[in-house]
Ligand binder design. Structure first.
Ligand code: AMP
Ligand code: FE
Ligand code: FE
Ligand code: ZN
Length: 282
């Protein structure tokens, strides 16, 4: 029998993943996972159905989310786990992000039109269900489809990444405020993928904040790269989480379950859920 593995970071069709929660659960089983958390950007809507689907397939599921936040003008992603999905604090923050994302994609489309890459709102939204939290990957995919760029990576590199001509930040929520909302919802707040953070000064500030953990095992990063964050987490006596950050076919190079945590870490999150977010469960 294979050891217990749980992937604590992936995205569904509720944000910028290509698979529905059901398809993710089935893929998780095929990939030999025993535990999972779906961490969509700024929404927990996957959990309206995901718990019963996971139960049907004997997969242990922990509620999760990946909130977009900002610190001194820089984007920071924060994972929340084991909160109550019924929490109005969490639900209200998700709702604010949903509105922010609509205003933001409209602003991005305006900038793209100015760069002679028109995309109508309909061309963007008709491809996705109405619940989808539209993000830059969705816009990048339409840019590829319309022949403006060759790949999603090129769309980011030339136009959509932070600091590029069609980047729009939108309204922002501070890291402190986001941690507070996760805690008010009974959850644990974790620094997502420190591996990707280019600004050391921002990271240094984050390490002094009221987080409960850090994502130490991430995507296809190797032992050496992960070790740095695992060591920091250990020193701070934080929970060290891990996951693939799978987006399905949108990022085919990342396989669900390529990064994971074992049973003891999963158990900590599960225990926390039973104490603080039990009403999430159906
Ligand atoms: P958004 O939530 O709209 O700000 O978009 C952020 C998402 O875009 C991230 O979670 C990734 O899925 C994706 N992303 C960010 N930077 C890049 C990049 N350089 N290349 C490809 N995808 C990216
Ligand atoms: Fe994403
Ligand atoms: Fe992220
Ligand atoms: Zn993610």
């Amino acid at each position: 029998m294979q050891d217990f593995r749980a992937d604590l970071h992936c995205h569904s069709t509720f944000s910028d993943g290509s698979k529905t929660p059901k398809e993710i659960v089935l893929q998780a089983k095929r990939n030999g996972l025993s535990g999972l958390s779906i961490t969509d950007h700024d929404t927990i809507d996957a959990y309206e159905t995901a718990f019963s689907i996971a139960a049907d397939h004997s997969l242990d599921l922990i509620p999760g989310v990946e909130f977009s936040a900002e610190h001194r003008g820089h984007s920071v992603h924060i994972l929340g786990y084991s909160f109550s999905t019924k929490s109005l604090f969490i639900q209200q923050l998700c709702q604010k992000h949903f509105q922010r994302r609509i205003r933001r994609y409209k602003a991005i489309l305006e900038l793209l039109a100015r760069e002679s890459m028109p995309i109508s709102e309909q061309e963007l939204t008709e491809q996705y269900p109405s619940h989808t939290n539209i993000g830059r990957p969705h816009i990048a995919l339409v840019m590829v489809k319309k022949g403006y760029v060759k790949s999603l990576e090129e769309a980011f590199f030339r136009f959509l990444a932070e600091g590029k001509s069609c980047y729009v930040k939108g309204e922002s929520f501070s890291v402190e405020e986001t941690i507070r909302v996760i805690h008010e919802g009974g959850g644990l707040a974790i620094i997502a993928h420190p591996h990707l953070m280019k600004r050391r000064d921002i990271l240094k500030d984050l390490l002094d904040m009221n987080f409960d953990g850090i994502e130490g095992y991430y995507a296809n990063f190797g032992i050496e790269e992960n070790k740095r964050w695992i060591d920091i987490g250990k020193k701070k006596k934080w929970i060290i989480t891990g996951g693939s950050d799978s987006h399905g076919n949108i990022k085919p190079q990342i396989t669900l379950g390529c990064s994971w945590v074992g049973e003891s870490t999963f158990h900590i999150l599960k225990q926390h859920l039973m104490r603080h977010g039990k009403d999430s469960l159906p």
